[in-house]
Design a protein around this ligand. Structure first.
Ligand code: ZN
Length: 300
């Protein structure tokens, strides 16, 4: 086995262990507990766990996804985060090799993963993580480009934060409240510090596309739960008539169907935005994270 493969295996094992740690960070950054103390315990029965209950992925398999003491189901989130972190570490090493860049990329991905998970689960993001992310971005630019790198990085930080803040405040015009949370401004600023002023606008545009991936499913699911039949039916009719128009009948009646169902859909959407409460905020950190990952691995 050559040295790099050997190293890759150790990076993956290290990733698994760090994933296990991130699970704790995600859980405790939501509850405000200390990360180091107390030792891990079952959230249901509060029983202290044995060391062999904390082996990444393997413990979950041996315990068949249940607590050893009270048999309460353990969330599938734990092994998924562990495997995802392992993949993140391994892939970063595979792409960037043994360089300081790999360390930075691994650190950035870790911060983004933790913030994404807390944003999805509780719509809460620890802004301190975003601040650390921004500082690491400035240090990275300094190491790779010198003082001009620091300038690009700081300008990027300002640009990212200002653009995202303006974007969030557009919500006041449409719905009377912020379109996104304050944490998104911090994260966008941090990404600006990492990618620099020349790239941050592009990364933010990418995040807009990424957010479309979950806006529509979440929106429809909420409408379905709120029992808003009109919006759901108009969406289905709109999609059906649009597809029919493009594939089967390109006549004026089909176009009328597209128009009417489209109007109802716009009406439902506008009403949905207006009546939405703070809880209905769309988590935007996942979109920023997807854009950052795409940029780091495919364009950098
Ligand atoms: Zn238990």
């Amino acid at each position: 086995m050559d040295f790099n493969t050997y190293l890759l295996i150790w990076v993956c094992i290290f990733g698994l262990c760090m994933g296990s740690f991130y699970n704790v960070v995600i859980l405790r950054s939501l509850s405000g507990e200390s990360i180091v103390f107390p030792p891990s315990k079952c959230p249901k029965c509060n029983h202290k766990l044995y060391p062999w209950h904390n082996i990444p992925v393997l413990s979950y398999i041996f315990l068949r996804g249940r607590c050893y003491f009270c048999k309460e189901k353990i969330s599938i989130q734990y092994p998924i985060i562990e495997l995802l972190t392992m993949f993140m570490f391994g892939y970063s090493f595979f792409v960037f090799g043994s360089s300081y860049k790999t360390c930075f990329v691994i650190f950035w991905l870790s911060c983004l993963l933790i913030m994404t998970m807390t944003d999805i689960k509780e719509k809460l993001v620890d802004c301190n993580i975003a601040i650390i992310l921004a500082i690491s971005g400035i240090i990275y630019s300094w190491l790779s480009l010198g003082l001009s790198g620091v300038l690009y990085s700081v300008l990027g930080l300002i640009a990212g934060a200002v653009i995202m803040e303006l974007f969030a405040r557009l919500g006041f015009l449409i719905a009377g409240n912020r379109a996104m949370g304050e944490a998104d401004t911090y994260v966008a600023g941090a990404l600006g510090a990492i990618f620099g002023v020349k790239s941050i606008v592009f990364v933010l545009c990418l995040s807009l596309f990424a957010s479309m991936l979950f806006i529509l499913p979440i929106f429809l699911y909420n409408k379905y739960k709120e029992n808003d039949k009109l919006t759901c039916i108009s969406f289905i009719l709109f999609t059906l008539s649009l597809v029919t128009f493009y594939t089967l009948f390109q006549n004026v009646w089909m176009l009328v169907c597209v128009g009417i169902s489209g109007l109802f859909l716009i009406y439902g959407t506008m009403r949905g935005i207006r009546t939405a409460k703070r809880k209905n905020y769309l988590p935007y950190v996942p979109a920023l994270a997807i854009a950052a990952v795409y940029y780091i691995f495919l364009l950098h």
